[in-house]
Design a protein around this ligand. Structure first.
Ligand code: GMT
Length: 378
């Protein structure tokens, strides 16, 4: 197929999933056209089946807010028409699904039918979409899509609960490239970070409030009071400076390293013993899946779709949001040498269920169904 993928090109989970999906589809012989405002961060290789089209948004003194959605819809029309796309797959409802609807109507006026598949990733529903400023557009563009997928059953439930959505929503979970995300021998790195054999805890995120990085630090301090431990924090975002100050206030800064944004996150995950995800909300928890693939058990909250990935007592543990004491207790239990090996093995085995080759065919089938639906209502 000739597939158009529209996503946010930044470090966010939806952009990562969209880019990895495009790569996998290209490897399976499809032609994949990325339509974004800058090169997706993980699109850093050459493949004869991958094409990148930049959305340029011209500015004008009159525009206090440059009309990105119009520029995006116009670019979609251009690429669908000239590259003869069979399907447009948009990731994140706002503004990608609504721009796709506009593009589809323009193309229809030119006698061209293109099916639109929308994938809901999380905050487009749970935070942004529920806002009254956006709700009518989100609801409309979901209902007008030819195929709708959500990354967990919980996100699908939330969508039906908060939006008058009539479309059938299919659950297609996040997936993982197990050749890239696997435990690598990085013993020299581990020896440098934890020279006394300390246990190594890791958190990766975009440091937004929903991730509750403050809880990460408090859990770590609780653990470190009982056993020698170090904490690595990967990523960057609005809460980073406040967290650096909190680490100093909690007097644990010597055992905490802020590593910033890293491309090769799997190298860091390879040296960890335990991954912390105390999120307020998480539609799936791709960061936890990446950690599990590198044999890290996960101490997390039971928010959103996390329990669909992290199996309580098997691949890690689940606690209520904000229950620091419970997460400290759980972390110490998982890190106990009598338990850690079985948790590590179970984490990797669970991650293998989400292998790219198990999940990508579900998207291919979804494209076929959406194409049939679009043709039947033409
Ligand atoms: O919050 C983020 O990490 C970014 C956000 C996004 O939309 O880019 O991630 C969401 O999508 C990921 C990929 O489907 C999911 O794995 C994350 O759980 C989800 N984040 C939230 O729901 C907060």
């Amino acid at each position: 197929m000739n597939i158009g993928i529209v996503c946010y090109p930044t470090f966010g989970g939806s952009g990562v999933v969209a880019t990895e999906l495009g790569k996998a589809l290209a490897q399976r012989g499809h032609k994949v056209h990325f339509i974004t405002y800058s090169q997706p961060v993980r699109l850093d290789f050459f493949n004869e089946n991958v094409f990148y089209h930049e959305v340029y948004v011209p500015t004008y003194p009159l525009f206090q807010f440059p009309p990105y959605e119009s520029a995006l819809a116009s670019k979609m029309v251009d690429i669908v028409q000239n590259e003869k796309l069979d399907v447009l797959h948009v990731h994140y409802a706002i503004p990608h699904a609504s721009a796709a609807y506009l593009a589809k109507q323009i193309l229809r006026s030119r006698g061209i039918t293109v099916p639109v598949v929308t994938t809901l990733h999380g905050t487009d529903i749970t935070l942004v979409g529920k806002d009254a400023s956006y709700e009518p557009v989100v609801t409309f563009s979901i209902n007008e899509s030819d195929g709708v997928t959500a990354v967990s059953a919980d996100l699908r439930r939330e969508t039906y609960e908060y939006f008058p959505v009539e479309r059938k929503i299919e659950v297609i979970p996040n997936f993982i490239d197990l050749k890239r995300f696997k435990k690598q021998d990085k013993s020299h790195f581990r020896a440098a970070i934890a020279p006394e054999g300390e246990k190594l805890l890791i958190h990766t995120s975009n440091f937004r409030a929903v991730k509750r990085v403050e809880d990460v630090l408090r859990i770590f301090c609780g653990v470190r009071k009982v056993i020698p431990a170090k904490l690595l924090l990967v990523g960057d975002g609005p809460d980073r400076s406040r967290m650096e100050k909190l680490a100093r206030d909690l007097d644990c800064q010597r055992d905490v390293r802020f590593l910033g944004k890293l491309e090769a996150v799997e190298e860091v995950l390879s040296v960890g013993d335990l991954f912390l995800m105390p999120s307020e909300n998480e539609s799936f928890g791709l960061a936890a899946l990446e950690a599990m693939a590198c044999e890290m058990p996960v101490v997390s909250t039971n928010a959103g779709g996390i329990p669909e990935l992290n199996v309580d007592g098997v691949t890690g543990t689940l606690s209520n949001i904000g229950d620091i004491d419970d997460m400290v207790k759980n972390a110490l239990y998982v890190l106990d040498d009598a338990n850690l090996p079985r948790f590590k093995a179970a984490a990797r085995a669970r991650a293998e269920e989400f292998a790219v080759d198990n999940i990508v065919p579900l998207y291919e089938a979804c494209y076929e169904r959406a194409a049939q639906l679009a043709l039947s209502v033409r």
